[in-house]
Ligand binder design. Sequence first.
Ligand code: PRX
Length: 591
Amino acid sequence: MSIDFTQKQSVVPAIGVVETAHLTSPMNPWDCEKNPPSWDAMHTQLNLPKATGYNQSTVCLDGHPDAILNKTALLWVSATHEVEHHSFLELSLASNQVANALTALGTNPQDRIFLFLERIPELYVSFFGGLKCHAILCPIFPAFGPEALLDRLQDAEASIVFTSPALKPRIDAIASQVPSLKTIVVVDRAHQWQPNPSASVQELDYYQWIAPQSRQFTVAHTPAETPSIMHYTSGTTGKPKGALHQHGACIAQAATAQWVLDLSVNDVYWCTADPGWVTGTSYGIFGPWALGVTQLVFEGAFKPETWYSILERFNVSVWYTAPTALRMLMKHGSDLPKSYQFKALRHICSVGEPLNPEAIVWGRDVFDQEIYDTWWQTETGSIHITNRIGLPVRLGSMGKPFPGVEACVLDDTFTPLPLGSEGALALKSAAPSMFKTYWNNQSKYESRFKNGWYLTGDRASVDTDGYFWFVGREDDVINTAGHLVGPFEVESALVHHPAVAEAGVIGLPCPERMEVIKAYISLKTGFVETPELLKEIALFVRSKLAAHAMPREIEVIESLPKTRSGKIMRRVLKARALGLPEGDTSTLEEV
Ligand code: PRX
């Protein structure tokens, strides 16, 4: 059961030897609770460097004192269990090289640079190199298929993509449909990449490209509102939308990393999220590195034995993960974790879906720890409602708003409801990490605000003590294992299959993954329903979008319930699937 981790390279002293704190130990979080400081005050208390403004690369890397610069920033465990240590200084200097190489390539501020890479050190180096040039960085989940990539690259008008030999064919498949794409940089850790000189889009070998570049780079002054990263997120209708964030977000990310994740400079911290999702950037890059904390990144896939071995072997002290992962671990029983020793583990947080009480109770048993549920979104950029040390956990509650955040539930007229009621979850006085717009879709952005409140799209209730309780989504967006999936994206992929005439997609409740995708389809004339055909259709969606977007169930029906204007009524499909009353069907065309 024990896994052999191979020490590949050790360029910095062992973890935990650095005693010097980056922070001027700010106020105790519970004083902060009673007397919430302004975000400006948090900036001062977190002692973030001001010289170059708010550039997140300075906050996370270059601006740290020597004691931090020389310690491990990135403790990297490869998919094959090789281990590398990369210091803050190393990441800083290597990202300077990337910034110089990007500048030489003619990169302009706000150019969109995509990172379609496995979780390898070069992903993080390239990310900061781009931020130093004031480019907008868009990390993409490496499981995405060509269709999902095309939607995003086209919408953002990507100019550069960093990728790997294994993932590049998916970029090649769509490159001709993205006229803005000028350069593909290939990171090949195993061999020397040979660019194709006659490729229609310029190809560069990452290592040869950065090798001649200086390790010095001067970051231009970066006001807080300078755009920094963009994450695509799904809605009920239309294609995914790019939520644009700014460099000033680092205040909220660092403050919550300190006061919710409880990070301090001697921690070894593991965030299991990929940087293709917002958790993997806000808390897999920005917050922890702003605080000078060593982060463990595991390139490989989920496997209970591997995860437990990592927690034990690397003395992980703070762990940020997701309810589905915890439930998958639970499924393997309590004896397995009890055969490991998690001596250093002292704080566990979770995000992305409701954390069920059973998971918290299990965590108390096998880790002897509380699991703190945190609520936030791609759009909010940092934790906004949360459980935290000092606030007794109420099993199943998301906790209370982070100091400085005002949250409430609204009625149908967007008026706050009294405590104890259920309604639309809304935020005011949100943190500086709040998104600035949806790329190319300002009207959609504006539609998220009513009466001065930001509408989260979730339903919740607040109890009389101010604890928030998640109820569900207000829209048709499906949350499967923490991934938001827009039904429209899956329906569009389904109708591309030659056998599918029309499709309607819903989320079905699932005890492990919160929801799974169910598709209702009608077949084109000449096609007959067989188990093989349904499997082929499911795999077709998987290959175009991603594994998590694949329908787990497909049901063939004669025709789909539609409004008279031709819109598929997912509400009716869901009611049918759950055996619930179908509600008002007066506008239904099918009946
Ligand atoms: O519905 C809520 C759910 O995930 C949505 C945000 O998803 P995304 O933008 O992908 O960001 C996920 C990671 C920050 C929310 O609108 N969600 C997130 N956290 C929780 C949650 N639902 C219940 N409890 C949570 N703790």
